[in-house]
Design a protein around this ligand. Structure first.
Ligand code: LLP
Length: 430
């Protein structure tokens, strides 16, 4: 099945952003990441208008980790969004794209001294702090610069979102955040309130990724609000921002039923108003969608290179990419949908494993695909690959990473050029 974002003609040929898959493959080669520009813009503006509805407008801090390049940064900046970064590299890319540092949240459970120094010097808006050690390091570095750093404490509210264990982060026994238990988060709050060069701006909790229910988002917001309220009652401190993270699920398979982020944002904003003491302003809501902005805007095009059937009758279709450009099936048992361009309308389908070209038995893109009989040279389109594919790509087996092309009204623009064999050796000591 072809998701709604893409068009299919009578001959079973697929179009993305007004350009045919076969033309993209011919012009740019395969494997190729392709994004539909309009879908990117639609998703970003949907989030942007959702947070702007309230009397206290919030901020969308797009999670760079899902997919980020300089052109993507320019798009974020032009639409007025903020950004969640987790490393000096993401920050460097953001600044190269002209993103306003005041709209940047610097996350991550480890920030090196260089990253802290550089972020302070560039005027990063908020520091999302994950440990007491980091609080001390940030306090000291801010002091050396006669600055006051705005701190958002990352908390773990003890919420178990139903998603893959590797992308679940809200439970107490997580490497992320301060547990809201046994006085752990209380000690962190005290430490910030008493620090000389830190200002406690608010709280943050991100409970996981690819969450397909609404309830955990509301439970998360309520946990942060209840906790804020307890500090207001004790010390008169009230947050200026509350950051509920990202995690909004997307439709990878036809029967996935993702929640509506705009409705969740609206409900959370009314919770913020409800919990705010009469003398205070509601905190600004920060949301950090990554996957839900980019996943469904992207596809990967491959070319079939080999087929075989094993003695048990198990069919394999092997393509020219695989785990180097999409590690998610191997890492999270992620399930994708695929079609063969030009054969979409075929109803004679056979169960096959769609596998990659890497020297690893686990390099299986789709273990149980139902595809029309494939011929060598056919183009296979894997849908919904816009999030955490290019971002997590590697050069395993010294296979260069694919190009990223963005199509707008039938016009392609290269956002990232294809890596070359020469690129692969440029960092090597000759
Ligand atoms: N904010 C924070 C603090 C996060 O840790 C994350 C994701 C996000 C926002 C964005 O979450 P999203 O809206 O994209 O779900 N590589 C994994 C996903 C790891 C997500 C890590 N944190 C995957 O491919 O599924």
């Amino acid at each position: 099945m072809v998701p709604e974002t893409y068009q299919v003609d009578a001959g079973g040929h697929i179009t993305i952003g007004g350009m045919r898959i076969e033309d993209l493959a011919a012009k740019f080669g395969t494997p190729l990441y392709v994004f539909d520009y309009q879908t990117l813009v639609n998703r970003l503006t949907m989030f942007q208008s959702a947070v702007s509805q309230s009397a206290v407008p919030g901020m969308v801090a797009y999670a760079a980790k899902a997919f980020f390049t300089v052109p993507m940064g320019r798009l974020i900046q032009s639409l007025g969004l903020g950004l969640d970064v987790v490393s000096g590299g993401e920050l460097f890319t953001a600044l190269a794209a002209g993103i306003d540092p005041q709209r940047i949240m610097f996350h991550g459970n480890v920030k090196t001294p260089e990253e802290i120094a550089w972020g302070l010097d560039r005027g990063v808006g908020y520091w999302v702090v994950d440990s007491l050690d980091e609080l001390d390091q940030l306090d000291q570095a801010a002091g050396e610069r006669h600055q006051e750093a705005a701190v958002v404490l990352r908390l773990t509210p003890g919420i178990d979102a139903h998603t893959h264990a590797f992308i679940r982060t809200g439970h107490f026994d997580s490497k992320f955040g301060f547990a809201m238990a046994e006085g752990i988060s209380d000690r962190a709050v005290e430490r910030v309130l008493n620090a000389r060069h830190l200002r406690l701006a608010g709280f943050h909790a991100h409970i996981g990724s690819q969450i397909l229910e609404t309830e955990p988002f509301l439970a998360n917001a309520e946990a942060l609000l209840r906790y804020s309220r307890s500090w207001y009652d004790q010390k008169g401190w009230w947050p200026e921002v509350l950051d509920i993270g990202g995690g909004f699920g997307v439709r990878y398979q036809p029967d996935d039923d993702p929640p509506n982020p705009a409705a969740i944002i609206q409900t959370v904003q009314s919770l913020l108003a409800e919990w705010t003491p009469a003398t205070q302003r509601p905190p600004r809501l920060i949301v950090e969608p990554g996957r839900s902005v980019v996943a469904e805007a992207g596809v990967t095009i491959y070319t079939v290179r080999a087929r075989k059937t094993t003695p048990g009758g198990h069919g394999y279709v092997a393509v020219d990419g695989g785990m180097g450009d999409n590690i998610r099936p191997a890492l999270y048992q992620a399930v994708y949908q695929a079609e063969i361009d030009g054969k979409v309308h075929s109803d004679r389908r056979i169960p096959v494993s769609l596998v990659g070209r890497y020297c690893e038995s686990g390099d299986v893109l789709i273990p149980q695909a139902h595809l029309p009989a494939a011929d060598v040279g056919d183009r296979v389109v894997v849908f919904g690959t816009g999030a955490y594919n290019y971002a997590m790509a590697s050069t395993y087996n010294r296979v260069p990473r694919p190009a990223v092309v963005v199509v707008r009204e039938g016009q392609p623009t290269v956002w990232v050029r294809r890596e070359t064999w020469q690129d692969l050796i440029t960092l090597d000591n000759p």
